[in-house]
Design a protein. Structure first.
Length: 651
């Protein structure tokens, strides 16, 4: 009997040992790696190594955009994603700490410790989210959107790789750009939280605030289309670049920030260490972005901004004639780049003044009488007019009810004029004749040859091509010759055309990036003769310097400081429909919608000096109710050219 019992005991013991060995084998051999990784994660610490985005500089190396040290409020991905494994690890860690720290008299059971740990973890998680919400509110950040974006992009990598990825172990920036005071406040509360940290970082600083804001542009969170753009052309995803883009936090969304993204973009580094022994488990070096230099003179830009009356919207462009580089390109109203994120809701919903629009390169206007110089050169070159061609202005073309001259409203008429005098006095009737003689096909072709349907060439993402339709009637061709009807362009288009006339007809793309060669122009030469160019320039010179011409009183007079160089110019006053907003909310603008602004677009365009042109200019003042190009735009252009003289661009 004893032997039988011994045998049963030995069998049971053997079975138990076999089960234990099998379990140990499972833990050590089959799942050993998994458990080892879990333990190692509890001993890991990770941090980003911030890198600086490249600076944007003006032509004199003044800093327009730069990175400055700051802090980011970060959250573990496990907390962001409410990951159960992460939660269990944190609960166990708290439970182990409680077990060590508990009073010897308490003798709490494991179950009681687990309950206390769960409550403590929940309290810390709530405190972490409350701190995140407070930091987001102080910085004007959208916490929910940012968290959703991080979760989405990390899980997208997870799905493509087909398993866990290192991004799931990172602490991700959720609220960026904390200053020292905000960082100190956040750090003081970290002891009450879990899964959050404050890490050193960089933020974008714009020393000149709103000066050149539309040119410099803004940065924003990485979106799907940004990743596609940054990795375009690869047969398979370039994961190194992809991760860099996602980890860079912000990418260029407009202006130079977007145009030069590939050069400006920094690649932050990353370091994982074992907290137990200090061993570096993984390290990726940070890489700073490259600087970008512009042809822009920010001092000139700031002064030209001040020339516009307070509250007036419009734009101005100044080009260096020889290199066709942008010296200044003003768009009003402006906004402070340093407050863009906080002010965005107000800026984006301003339907009347649209401060986010870069008017100089994206707002299309009828060019008004500035187009008359194109009509004149086209008519001369095509042989439908000659230097001595004369027409009589009676205040209207054929009858008083249509195709009137601008002086007809005051009961006036220009009488008999040649081409030089027609340009000087901006006679509509003379150019109605030229438009009629050229016809719609040739008139529109000449506008196209001057680049009015092309992108001007700066490469700014906001650039728009002009619109030139071929007139189907003689009346439409007449209107096109005076810059009305089927033609709409930007101020940069017109400035570029003026620079071409100043350069004896050489059309070139306008450039803004100093360190990059401009794209070769695709347009053929204009084929303009020196005689015809001299004739048109003579008329433009008289616009500003002949008594009685359209802009003479704005360049000469007792209250106007004289310029020590001569200006060639062309005034223009373009009629436009009233500006309406969608006041009834039906998604379409109709006659029933509210009129918020009305008036004409006032133009002045030209170049200086007369004999050796060095700077071309175009100015638009929007919705002028009383006045026009001579009264409203010419004084701004005059003072802008005076500034160019003072700053050495006119010698």
């Amino acid at each position: 009997m004893y032997n039988q019992r011994l045998k049963v005991f030995m069998v049971l013991t053997a079975v138990a040992l076999a089960v234990l060995v099998a379990r140990l084998g499972q833990l050590q051999l089959l799942r050993g790696r998994e458990y080892r990784q879990q333990i190692e994660r509890t001993l890991e610490d990770s941090e980003f190594l911030p890198a600086s985005r490249g600076q944007i500089l003006d032509r004199h190396d003044r800093i327009l955009a730069m990175d400055e040290p700051c802090f980011d409020f970060c959250m573990d991905f496990g907390l962001l994603n409410a990951d159960e494994k992460w939660t269990q690890r944190q609960r166990r860690a708290i439970q182990r700490r409680l077990a060590v720290e508990q009073d010897e008299t308490l003798h709490l059971s494991d179950q009681e410790l687990a309950q206390i740990a769960s409550a403590e973890l929940e309290r810390r998680i709530q405190a972490a989210w409350a701190l995140a919400a407070q930091q987001a509110a102080q910085q004007g950040a959208d916490l929910d959107t940012t968290c959703a974006r991080v979760r989405s992009r990390v899980m997208a990598i997870h799905e493509r790789v087909g398993g866990p990825v290192r991004e799931e172990t990172w602490a991700h920036p959720i609220v960026t750009g904390l200053d020292d005071a905000a960082a100190v406040e956040a750090k003081s509360r970290l002891g009450q939280t879990i899964g959050v940290s404050v890490q050193p970082s960089r933020r974008r600083l714009y020393p000149y605030g709103d000066v050149a804001c539309h040119i410099i542009g803004v940065t924003g969170p990485v979106a799907a289309e940004d990743v596609e753009r940054l990795t375009a052309g690869a047969a398979y995803p370039d994961w190194g670049r992809l991760e860099d883009a996602w980890r860079a936090d912000r990418v260029g969304k407009s202006g130079i920030e977007k145009l030069a993204e590939d050069r400006l973009r920094a690649a932050p580094g990353y370091r994982r260490t074992n907290t137990g022994n200090g061993q570096v488990l993984e390290a990726v070096e940070a890489r700073d972005g490259q600087d970008v230099r512009l042809s822009l003179d920010v001092a000139l830009q700031a002064e030209v901004m001040k020339l516009f009356p307070r509250g007036q919207t419009g734009c101005a462009v100044l080009l260096d004639v020889a290199a066709n580089q942008v010296l200044a390109m003003v768009s009003l109203p402006t906004f402070d780049l340093n407050r863009y994120r906080r002010d965005f809701p107000i800026l984006a919903h301003d339907e009347v003044y649209t401060p986010l629009r870069h008017r100089a390169v994206s707002q299309l206007y009828p060019p008004g009488s500035t187009a008359k110089v194109v009509a004149a050169l086209g008519a001369l070159t095509d042989g439908v007019a000659y230097p001595g061609t004369r027409y009589v202005c009676r205040g209207y073309l054929y009858n008083p009810d249509e195709f009137r001259c601008w002086v007809y409203k005051a009961g006036g008429a220009h009488g008999e004029l040649d081409m030089v005098e027609a340009i000087a006095h901006s006679c509509n009737v003379y150019f109605y004749h030229l438009g009629e003689e050229l016809g719609g096909q040739r008139m529109s072709q000449w506008l196209r040859r001057f680049g009015f349907v092309d992108l001007p060439g700066t490469g700014l993402p906001e650039e728009r091509a002009g619109q030139v339709q071929t007139p189907s009637t003689a009346g439409a061709a007449r209107m096109q010759a005076i810059g009305q009807g089927p033609v709409a362009v930007t101020a940069l288009h017109v400035a570029n055309a003026m620079a071409a006339i100043a350069r004896d007809g050489a059309i070139r793309p306008a450039t803004l990036l100093v360190d990059e060669a401009p794209a070769p122009g695709s347009r053929p030469g204009l084929g303009l003769s020196q005689e015809h160019l001299d004739l048109v320039r003579q008329g433009m010179h008289k616009v500003c310097n002949q008594p009685g011409a359209t802009a003479y009183s704005r360049f000469h007079g007792p209250d106007i400081g004289p310029l020590d160089f001569d200006v060639c110019g062309k005034t223009g006053t373009a009629a436009v429909p009233p500006q309406r907003i969608d006041s009834d909310g039906d998604g379409a603008l109709t006659e029933a919608d509210q009129v918020v602004r009305q008036g004409d677009m006032a133009w002045f365009a030209g170049f200086a000096p007369y004999n050796q042109p060095q700077v071309a200019v175009a100015v638009v003042v929007e919705y002028v109710e009383e006045g026009g190009g001579a009264k409203d735009a010419a004084p701004i252009a005059r003072e802008a050219l005076r500034l160019c003289r003072q700053m050495g661009y006119i010698r």
